[in-house]
Write a new protein. Structure first.
Lengths: 134, 151
């Protein structure tokens, strides 16, 4: 059971990562360039929310299976901290920048937001991978 | 040379032993392979778009054209880090049932992509593609658990 939940967690990671990346790449004028940033973000929104729900459910199941082991795992706590900041950033700063009028925010801040977003979520992913190394 | 003989030869190469002996080599390769899933996820988005499940308000051609370099980058990153993962212990992987299942599914994905280009039964080909990719991820995760293998 545990390995299958892990596989589900990874499958949802692929969708979550891609849903974040198409918007972050668009902020660098890459990928779906014929659509505005806001349009790409609106289209990615259901994928983002759907994959986050699956990530949360499967992630909680993995945690609950061996809660004490994770409690004493340093990488797990790095992951939790990165996850907290990644979620807060994504649903406050990033959300308002990608949904805003591009002329008002300007391309520079859009690019900064994309880099911060990719850095924070990479921190979550690296932390998650590192859990297994302890 | 048999396939097993080839794997034994690979295991004796200097690259293979360098990966095994390095403290950080294998963890870094594995991390790239896992984070690479995010780029590889682009291929899933393209499949979902072709099935009218996701990105519905972006025209199909824009999704396939706009994301195709990123899908390619994802496949290259996954193949490169996957080959390096394999080189860590070629004989072990050769003997691992789930690794064999994963390789067969990857070959089927290649054949299916070729079939998709022929233009017939495209929805069936895309659905099969999604099923096979899911199978590859599940089998990939299960490799480490050595299911179905004699000790």
């Amino acid at each position: 059971m545990f390995p299958v939940v892990e596989a589900g967690h990874l499958m949802a990671l692929a969708v979550l990562g891609a849903a974040l990346l198409i918007v972050d790449l668009r902020l660098w004028n890459l990928g779906l360039r014929q659509r505005s940033v806001a349009e790409v973000a609106r289209n990615a929104q259901p994928l983002l929310l759907g994959s986050l729900v699956v990530m949360t459910i499967t992630g909680y199941m993995l945690f609950a299976a061996q809660a004490l082991r994770y409690y004493y795992n340093a990488a797990f706590w790095y992951k939790v901290v990165f996850l907290f900041f990644a979620l807060v950033f994504t649903f406050t700063v990033r959300r308002s920048v990608v949904m805003a009028d591009e002329a008002r925010v300007g391309p520079f801040w859009g690019r900064v937001v994309a880099v911060v977003s990719m850095a924070l979520w990479s921190g979550v992913g690296i932390g998650g991978k590192a859990i297994g190394l302890y | 040379m048999s396939l097993l003989g080839f794997c034994q030869w690979l295991e004796d190469t200097s690259l293979s032993s360098a990966i095994r002996e390095s403290a950080w080599g294998f963890p870094i390769i594995e991390t790239v392979h896992v984070l690479g899933l995010c780029l590889f996820g682009m291929a899933i988005l393209v499949d979902l778009r072709l099935l009218d499940v996701a990105l519905k308000r972006v025209p199909v051609s824009e999704v396939t054209n706009g994301l195709s370099p990123w899908v390619t980058a994802g496949i290259v990153a996954m193949m490169a880090s996957g080959v390096l993962t394999f080189l860590n212990a070629p004989v072990d992987y050769y003997n691992n049932t789930l690794f064999r299942i994963k390789v067969v599914m990857l070959l089927l994905i290649g054949a299916n992509a070729w079939f998709f280009r022929s233009g017939v039964r495209r929805r069936a080909a895309v659905t099969l593609s999604l099923i096979l990719w899911t199978g590859v991820v599940v089998a990939g995760r299960l490799i480490a658990y050595r299911l179905f293998d004699s000790p």
